[in-house]
Design a binder for this molecule. Structure first.
Ligand SMILES: Cc1cc2nc3c(=O)[nH]c(=O)nc-3n(C[C@H](O)[C@H](O)[C@H](O)COP(=O)(O)OP(=O)(O)OC[C@H]3O[C@@H](n4cnc5c(N)ncnc54)[C@H](O)[C@@H]3O)c2cc1C
Length: 411
């Protein structure tokens, strides 16, 4: 590369360390490569994750995904003919509603995917352009003048113009540079478990989606037209961090043993599953996402939670916008980071707030909340009632307002 001033002197491409090869990390690395940076991705896992739970990939991630060249590799796996069922207290299956459409009105124009679908598309676009070191992470981060120096767990020490912590809810970069997780994590006192279903489930037909909602406990089955379904369990717990350290199959049997209908089959599937996601549900709240030459992005910075439904699309859009602003601000990385946060924060705040509304729909904390939810679902099931409910829901208003911001800030 030669100097832009025409002197012919070589210009060193800017180097970035991206910590985490999840959706946010790989999207950011790809965008940095597109703008002429030299990213290095480090990923703690020894190998690449595949599969994963289902996510709704929101339409506001579509344009950024097109710019990254991955959009055509992401397919909507929703089954257009799939039924939405709920279970009553006697274990009978009754007609229900699409929870995504109910909680997030913009979901209608979005894709239902496995997290691994988006990660695969990003990995395929990235792996022959950018070095991805598996089994490695940061052990120490030191800020210098205009750079950050990082000791990596593979024994190397390297210098970067920018370090991007895209290492998820329990971020090591955040811990090392901003301080202990407890300062920033706000727990919902909810636990989530998710795994793939390898066999048909009693009472469910192929393509059936299920939502079982009890007070402080829920179970969901998400069907796809071309893939095994995913089961998700969500429940309230006063000590979610301690709960999430248990073996999922043991913990879930303690909580769901009195459930009938298809639930015992789902618990058996957890026993057989090779991998079960089992974690607490928390948001991250930081007053600033960057410090010197270190910036957090994605779940490590904001963790919107599954209740918002915007985590993956905002991880992609956030990485895309960061690249755009680094180009706009040239050598002034601090200004780029400041503008980036200024543009993104209103959207993140809105989605964090709407998650607090949506959680009542999936996991009512009290019996009265469960009864109100049931009445809303019944009303919403009719065409006119559906329109009224959509108009009244705070989540709809927050999401519509967020959509307006999004058009201004991200597309
Ligand atoms: C059950 C569930 C359902 C969800 N549903 C939706 C949905 O419907 N719609 C939606 O948009 N979002 C959803 N989300 C959220 C969404 O999946 C995330 O927001 C999105 O995947 C972006 O995550 P991320 O890349 O920021 O972090 P992560 O996916 O957590 O990736 C972080 C990566 O960093 C790696 N890592 C961690 N520590 C280190 C370290 N020390 N060194 C190196 N690497 C490290 C991890 O191994 C991982 O690969 C859901 C989340 C869950 C849990």
């Amino acid at each position: 590369m030669t100097a832009p001033n025409g002197t012919g002197a070589p210009v060193r491409p800017k180097r970035a360390l991206v910590v985490g090869a999840g959706i946010s990390g790989m999207a950011t690395a790809l965008r940095l490569w597109q703008i002429g940076w030299e990213p290095l991705v480090v990923e703690r896992s020894p190998t690449r994750r595949t599969g994963g739970y289902f996510t709704v990939f929101m339409a506001d991630g579509f344009e950024p995904a097109k710019r990254l060249g991955i959009f055509d590799d992401i397919r909507d796996r929703a089954d257009p003919n799939g039924r939405f069922l709920e279970m009553d207290r006697r274990g009978r299956l009754v007609p229900g509603m699409n929870p995504a459409a109910m909680m997030m009105p913009m979901a209608a124009s979005s894709y239902t995917v496995l997290r691994g679908d988006v990660e695969n598309a990003l990995y395929e676009a990235l792996h022959d352009k950018v070095e991805i070191r598996f089994g490695a992470g940061p052990s120490a981060v030191r800020q210098g003048r205009g750079h950050a120096e990082v000791d990596l767990s593979d024994g190397t020490t390297e210098r970067f113009d920018l370090v991007i912590g895209a290492d998820g809810l329990h971020s090591a970069v955040r811990e090392q540079v901003f301080g202990p997780e407890d300062l920033y994590r706000r727990d919902f006192n909810h636990v989530i478990a998710a795994c793939l279903l390898d066999r048909p489930v009693k009472g469910l037909r192929e393509g059936d989606n299920l939502l079982v909602v009890d007070t402080r406990r829920s179970v969901a089955v998400q069907a796809f037209h071309d893939h095994d379904p995913v089961a998700m369990f969500m429940y309230c717990h006063p000590w979610p961090a301690a709960e999430a350290r248990k073996r999922p199959s043991v913990a879930l049997r303690e909580v769901y043993s009195d459930f009938g209908g298809p639930v015992p089959d789902l618990l058996d599937a957890v026993d057989r599953a090779e991998h079960t996601l089992f974690d607490q549900i928390s948001q991250i709240h930081l007053s600033s996402w960057s410090r010197g030459r270190v910036v957090l992005l994605g779940d490590s910075a904001w963790s919107l939670t599954l209740y918002s439904g915007f985590g993956s699309s905002l991880g992609i859009a956030g990485g895309d916008l960061l690249g755009t602003l680094l180009v706009e601000h040239g050598d002034n990385i601090a200004a780029a980071l400041g503008t980036w946060e200024h543009r993104l924060r209103p959207l993140v705040t809105k989605h964090q707030k709407s998650a607090h509304f949506a959680k009542h729909f999936l996991l009512p904390a009290t019996n009265s909340a469960r009864l109100i939810r049931r009445a809303v679902v019944r009303t919403a099931a009719s065409r006119t009632g559906g329109r009224i409910v959509q108009a009244l829901l705070p989540a709809s208003r927050a999401t519509r307002a967020a959509g307006e911001n999004q058009i201004e800030g991200l597309t």
